[in-house]
Ligand binder design. Structure first.
Ligand code: HEC
Ligand code: HEC
Length: 256
């Protein structure tokens, strides 16, 4: 497999193997560069600091190698994350990306195929419902693919049981998965933000943005109110599917 990686203005074609080899060869170079340029915002172990975010959380882990390289090289506009591709060489960007993977507990860049391989045809049909019309993939991930608004669904049946699974699908608000509770932030102008939260302190909460990509901090003194919501972000989509689609989806979910 060959992979096109755009680093700054340069587009490189790398075979998967070359990418992995180049990256693992450069781990210690990557570490040095990381320590010079990234620690100030992301912490010496990628744990995050005031000006940056953790690089060892689920959002950062779920970036594919290409996305990881892209964010380091091209930055995220509108945030403190600058485009390093203009000041670092292509190899240096790869080395740093490899080291970020090490901080995440893996051995470097691996560039796995983006589409999980599913052999069983019945499971494939259910996966197509999950990834397609039902839209589950926008909020949930399996095999490290997908959104992070809802829980990862690998091993879900083992975790909540078959009856728990049915309840989660048919009556999502009945039980809300731990760590996926919702708060409603009302701003001074009356507008409301509703989302998954973390870090609820005396002064601030962090709410996950609607696209599930970033945590936004709201300071309590600057907003009208922050209250718990009984609602869930999980929509009642399952009951809108056809009986056949529901069956297919269950086969797929139980295979995870
Ligand atoms: C001035 C502070 C700052 C520095 C220095 C900095 N970053 Fe960032 N970085 C950020 C911020 C802020 C974000 C979050 C952007 C957002 O909200 O999407 C970020 C996001 C990222 C992400 C995406 C994480 C995710 O979960 O999507 C990666 C990867 C990353 N940085 C790696 C690096 C590396 C590697 C370096 C060193 C070359 C670096 N950063 C230097 C501030 C910084
Ligand atoms: C808009 C985002 C969103 C969509 C779309 C979505 N979910 Fe969810 N889902 C969530 C959230 C958030 C939770 C956690 C809150 C809760 O338990 O109600 C959740 C919970 C679950 C749970 C329980 C997991 C656990 O560990 O307890 C299952 C199973 C599930 N969803 C399956 C699905 C399936 C299948 C679909 C597609 C038919 C789907 N979801 C569509 C957001 C979503």
């Amino acid at each position: 497999m060959r992979k096109v990686v755009k680093v700054g203005s340069i587009t490189v074609m790398l075979s998967t193997l070359a990418l992995a080899q180049m990256a693992s060869a450069g781990i210690s170079e990557g570490q040095e560069l990381y320590n010079s340029y990234c620690v100030v915002c992301h912490g010496d172990l990628g744990q995050g600091q005031t000006m940056g975010k953790p690089l060892d959380d689920n959002n950062a882990r779920r970036l594919s190698d290409a996305q990881l390289i892209d964010v380091i090289a091209n930055g995220r506009s509108g945030t403190g994350m600058a485009a390093w591709g203009s000041s670092l060489s292509e190899q240096e960007v790869l080395d740093i990306a490899g080291y970020v993977r090490v901080l995440q507990g893996s051995s470097g860049l691996t560039e796995v195929d983006d589409t999980p391989v599913i052999e069983d045809p019945a499971v494939q049909v259910g996966a197509a419902v999950f990834n397609g019309p039902a839209g589950c993939i926008t909020c949930h991930s399996y095999h490290n693919q997908g959104g992070s608004i809802g829980p990862e669904l690998d091993g879900v049946v083992g975790r909540i049981g078959e009856s728990g699974l049915l309840e989660a699908l048919l009556d999502p608000a009945a039980t809300i998965a731990e760590e996926y509770g919702v708060k409603i932030v009302t701003q001074a102008d009356g507008s409301q933000i509703k989302g998954r939260f973390r870090y609820d302190s005396e002064f601030a909460v962090q709410i996950l943005s609607e696209d599930g990509k970033r945590w936004v901090t709201y300071f309590k003194e600057r907003v009208e109110s922050i209250v718990d919501s009984e609602e869930t972000l999980m929509p009642e989509v399952y009951s809108t599917l056809s009986v056949q689609e529901q069956e297919d989806l269950l086969v797929f979910l139980k295979s995870l």
